[in-house]
Design a protein around this ligand. Structure first.
Ligand SMILES: N[C@@H](CCC(=O)N[C@@H](CS)C(=O)NCC(=O)O)C(=O)O
Length: 246
């Protein structure tokens, strides 16, 4: 049994998709990140950077529990455990890992900063919003070119590289102002190859099961958010008296 610690978010959704694709047994553990539960010592022992997702595989290697944090590392761990989603051939595997690393180091973080400045920044932060808008648009173009040249990010096979990018694209369709009105059709018009890829992968039963499974945490997220005050937001965003001094 695998415990998946999380909230309703793209990084947690990557892991849920992988668990549904592989059929590994798991159960969800909600973490109230908006009210600071990620800073409690018991959770910090699992996730030193205070973030979800984290998994604890109760049947880890050698029969002992194994804890893994960082969604990319979790996807690799699960791919090796299930022998699915990461090629055995060294070149194919390296290509899949390159695109996984691009998601982890660029696509995910740039989207994170873009959404931060879109939603939370005070007026006058136009330079930052423009910078991250441009970075995100550029990465969409990079991914679209790749998917114009190959059926999947890693090449010929659906892999954990695709799984890492899928929830970001889903989030973009739902929340980015430049897709909002047209949804999936607007995505396909702007980035036809991502549109083709997203249509195929989001139609897989495991994708729907993952979205539905994670939705079980939505009511808990909403209850925590409803009770959040300014202090909680300052802690969550590391600002005000929670700003980290040098
Ligand atoms: N690089 C990390 C990012 C994870 C991340 O940003 N998690 C967010 C929710 S999606 C979180 O736990 N935030 C809590 C915090 O920053 O205190 C990963 O891919 O796992």
């Amino acid at each position: 049994m695998i415990d998946l610690y999380g909230v309703v978010s793209p990084n947690v959704q990557k892991v849920a998709i992988m668990l549904e694709e592989t059929g590994l047994a798991y159960r969800l553990r909600h973490v109230a990140i908006f009210s600071g539960a990620q800073f409690e010592p018991a959770f910090e022992a699992l996730s030193p950077n205070h973030k979800v997702p984290v998994i604890v595989d109760q049947d880890g290697p050698g029969g002992t529990p194994a804890t893994v944090f960082e969604s990319g590392a979790i996807l690799i761990y699960l791919a090796e455990k299930a022998r699915w989603g990461l090629s055995a051939d060294p070149i194919a595997r390296s290509t899949e890992l390159q695109w996984l690393m691009l998601q982890m180091s660029s696509f995910g973080p740039m989207i994170g900063q873009y959404v931060h400045f879109l939603r939370y920044a005070p007026p006058g932060s136009d330079y930052a919003l423009d910078r991250y808008t441009s970075q995100v648009r550029d990465l969409f173009a990079v991914i679209d070119r790749r998917l114009g040249a190959a059926p999947y990010l890693g090449g010929d096979a659906y892999s954990i590289a695709d799984i890492s990018v899928l929830p970001c694209v889903r989030g973009a369709i739902l929340f980015f102002p430049w897709f909002a009105d047209g949804g999936e059709a607007a995505l396909a018009a702007a980035h036809p190859s991502i549109g083709r890829w997203y249509r195929e992968l989001s139609a897989r039963p495991a994708f729907d099961r993952a979205v539905a499974s994670l939705d079980a945490l939505r009511a808990q997220d909403e209850a925590v958010l409803a009770a959040c005050g300014e202090e909680d937001w300052d802690r969550f965003l590391k600002r005000g008296r929670y700003a980290v001094a040098g």
